[in-house]
Structure formats: C-alpha cells, structure tokens
Ligand binder design. Structure first.
Ligand SMILES: Nc1ncnc2c1ncn2[C@@H]1O[C@H](COP(=O)(O)OP(=O)(O)O)[C@@H](O)[C@H]1O
Ligand SMILES: [Mg+2]
Length: 251
C-alpha cells in the first residue's frame, strides 16, 4: 500500500503548552482513517498540520515533519497549492460571504477555470456529493450565509470537493447535520475514497466504525491505539483505555 502521508515525530505546541507529543503516523492512499478520542486530545490540532492551517496561527509551533507523497509540506513554498491538494472541512461552518454558486466555484475560478459549462458542472456535481443540491438548486444565487447551520456545513464539504483534493480532512463534519443527511454524506465519502484519501476526525464512535478502514485513538496528544477497524472494534485494542472509550465508559 502506498503511503500518501507520513507524519514523523510531530510535536505541536501553543505557547508553552505541548498538545501533540512525538506523534508518528502513516496514512495510506485511498484509505479512510478515522481519528477518535475525547475532547482536547489534539485531534483537530493534528488535522490542521496536514495542510498547514497552522500557518494562520502565530501562537502555534510545529516540529517534526509531515510528508505528502514523500515531500515535506513544511518545506514547500506554495501553501495555497498544498491546500488544494489537501482539503479541509472544519467543524463549524464558515460560508464565505458570497452566493452558494460563488462559494462552490471559488477555488476552480481561482485556479483559472472560466468555462461556464465546466463551472456549472462542478457546482452541481459537488453540491450533489455533499447532499445539498436538492435543497438549493432553485436559489444558487442567494447568499450562503442565509443557509441553516447544517446546510452551511454541507456547503463547506461541496467547496472542499471543488478543489478535487487528493486528501480530504473532515473535522467532526456531522456535528450540525441531521442523521438522514449524515448517512447520505457518509455514502458519498464511501464512494469518494476510490479516488482520494480521507482523514476523518469524529466523536461518533459508530461513524468511525462504519466509515473507517482503520481507526486511531488519541488521548493527551498521543495515539494510544491504531488498527484496522475489524480488530479495533472487536476488542483487539493495545490500550485498555481505547476499549473503555469505544464502549462509552469515558470521554
Ligand atoms: N488555537 C489554540 N490556542 C491555544 N490552545 C489551543 C488552540 N487550539 C487547541 N488548543 C488546545 O490544544 C489542546 C488540543 O485541542 P484540539 O486539538 O482542539 O483537540 P480535540 O480536537 O481533540 O478536541 C486543548 O488543550 C486545546 O485547549
Ligand atoms: Mg476538535
């Protein structure tokens, strides 16, 4: 299996507070890897290192390396290109103050696409994949900020897909979405992994179980356990705290 991302001896700190300690993890191409663990374990901090979202925060210090296809992303010049290759869906929706149509076609337009038919295709395709098309197809020119929280969340998924990312990072994507819509998006993610790698932070154990090929359990900035779902969710954990967490005994 090809390694898409190699995280080596990653250390993340905010000021003097170390939140990820010497973490190493290989992520394989076309897998869905789920990351679970109680709040404040460092899940979001880890995810943000994968496309250098950390650049936007002066307080954060990242040590170690993150390789994408063998290249250290922290040594690359072009972080905009990196973020096209590694898309991110944040837990709280941030619809850009533009119309629905403009939100989804923003990245392709920035990348130089001017062809209306092509942009329309991307718009419909990405909104369908994000299970939002039916709800917005008659008002593509209204402001995204007028959508409900759950709809804005799905819009951020559509926007992330519009880049054709090689890696899609999802941070608790279903937090503001109803179960029926969540299931629709989950089935899309299942399809998408045929041509991308998905790194999914979730606080829903069953979501990790349903979607992940492998699952990593994080606690206090460390990976306690990492294994194929068929093992991890069948009692084969290395650390008893993983089993307790999966069974809902803490967290
Ligand atoms: N921007 C930030 N500035 C300072 N501390 C932060 C910041 N983001 C996260 N932290 C701290 O880092 C730790 C890990 O947080 P986070 O990565 O959000 O964990 P999780 O996603 O597992 O809840 C927490 O103690 C949190 O308070
Ligand atoms: Mg988080």
């Amino acid at each position: 299996m090809k390694k898409k991302i190699e995280i080596k001896n990653l250390k993340v700190s905010y000021g003097s507070k170390v939140v990820i300690k010497d973490l190493s993890l290989d992520i394989y191409q076309n897998e869905v890897i789920a990351i679970i663990g109680p709040a404040n374990s460092g899940k979001s901090s880890l995810l943000r290192c994968l496309n250098r979202m950390t650049d936007f925060n002066n307080e954060v210090k990242v040590e170690g390396s993150v390789l994408l296809d063998g290249q250290n992303i922290y040594e690359e010049e072009d972080s905009t290109f990196l973020r096209r290759r590694v898309g991110m869906v944040s837990p709280l929706p941030v619809g850009l103050p533009m119309t629905i149509q403009e939100n989804v076609t923003y990245a392709p337009r920035m990348a130089g696409c001017k062809n209306k038919a092509e942009l329309d295709f991307i718009l419909e395709d990405c909104l369908k994949k994000a299970a939002l098309w039916d709800e917005v197809k008659d008002r593509l020119h209204t402001l995204a900020t007028k959508l409900s929280g759950g709809q804005q969340q799905r819009l951020t998924i559509a926007r992330a897909l519009s880049h054709h990312p090689e890696v899609l990072c999802l941070d608790e994507f279903s937090i503001a979405i109803d179960p029926v819509t969540t299931m629709k998006i989950e089935s899309v993610l299942h399809e998408l992994k045929k041509d991308m790698t998905i790194v999914m932070v979730t606080n829903v154990i069953n979501q990790a179980k349903r979607l992940g090929d492998r699952t990593a359990m994080m606690l206090n900035g460390e990976i306690l356990d990492l294994d194929e779902n068929s093992k991890l969710f069948n009692g084969q954990t290395k650390d008893s705290r993983t089993k307790d967490y999966i069974e809902g005994l803490f967290g």
